[in-house]
Design a protein around this ligand. Structure first.
Ligand SMILES: Nc1ncnc2c1ncn2[C@@H]1O[C@H](COP(=O)(O)OP(=O)(O)O)[C@@H](O)[C@H]1O
Ligand SMILES: [Mg+2]
Length: 182
């Protein structure tokens, strides 16, 4: 599902990735562990087409980040290290916007946004509350909900351990329909 082949990335004269090979089969959840500066976020940037590798290639859902970056973007849901939500929109508006950007019809987008607000325990938040007024945890949940709203075949999360509380972690895995590899 994800395949990195000899991926090299330099920032100036600093080598962040020195030829990474990695296979992540479909239907599995894989975590990448490493100390600060190990290159985890750089891998996320390559996989999400934000950075082009200097050498090697990465395939996401069969699409190359080099030759088919649009195809890659259509196949992924992403939640970065810091929650990226539009602070001037409500939670519902944020999710509906993300769904619309994925190309979902208006009605489906609204229904799916409501569904995810429930899944991520954000349904009791006052409907008029802007995401800018959300707590850190609420923003993070909203951001994660956006990452899976279109049911992309691949979900890429940077620092998902920042999601506080077992309840949310569990419901997150459940609502992504992930099947954990044994
Ligand atoms: N924009 C950048 N410019 C220069 N060096 C960077 C930049 N981003 C990351 N690095 C360096 O690349 C290496 C890998 O960083 P990163 O991928 O952020 O690691 P991690 O996410 O595992 O903490 C580190 O040495 C970091 O200092
Ligand atoms: Mg990082």
């Amino acid at each position: 599902m994800i395949s990195l082949r000899g991926v090299v990335k330099h920032y100036g004269d600093r080598t962040a990735l020195a030829g990474i090979d990695l296979e992540v089969p479909a239907g599995t959840v894989q975590g990448l562990l490493g100390p600060n500066g190990a290159g985890k976020t750089t891998i996320v940037r390559v996989l999400t087409t934000l950075l082009e590798p200097d050498a090697g290639d990465a395939l996401v859902a069969g699409r190359s980040v080099r030759t088919d970056p649009d195809g890659v973007r259509r196949s992924i849901g992403v939640s970065g290290q810091y929650a990226a939500v539009d602070e001037k929109l409500t939670g519902f508006e944020n999710l509906r916007m993300v769904a619309r950007l994925y190309g979902m019809p208006r009605r489906t987008a609204a229904a799916r946004a409501r569904e995810l607000l429930r899944d991520f325990r954000l349904e009791d938040v006052p409907a008029t509350l802007l995401a800018g007024q959300y707590s850190g945890g609420m923003r993070r949940r909203l951001d994660l909900a956006g990452a899976i709203i279109a049911r992309p075949p691949v979900v890429i999360l940077d620092e998902p351990n920042m999601l506080k509380g077992d309840t949310y972690r569990t419901s997150y895995l459940q609502c992504t329909d992930f099947k954990l590899a044994a």
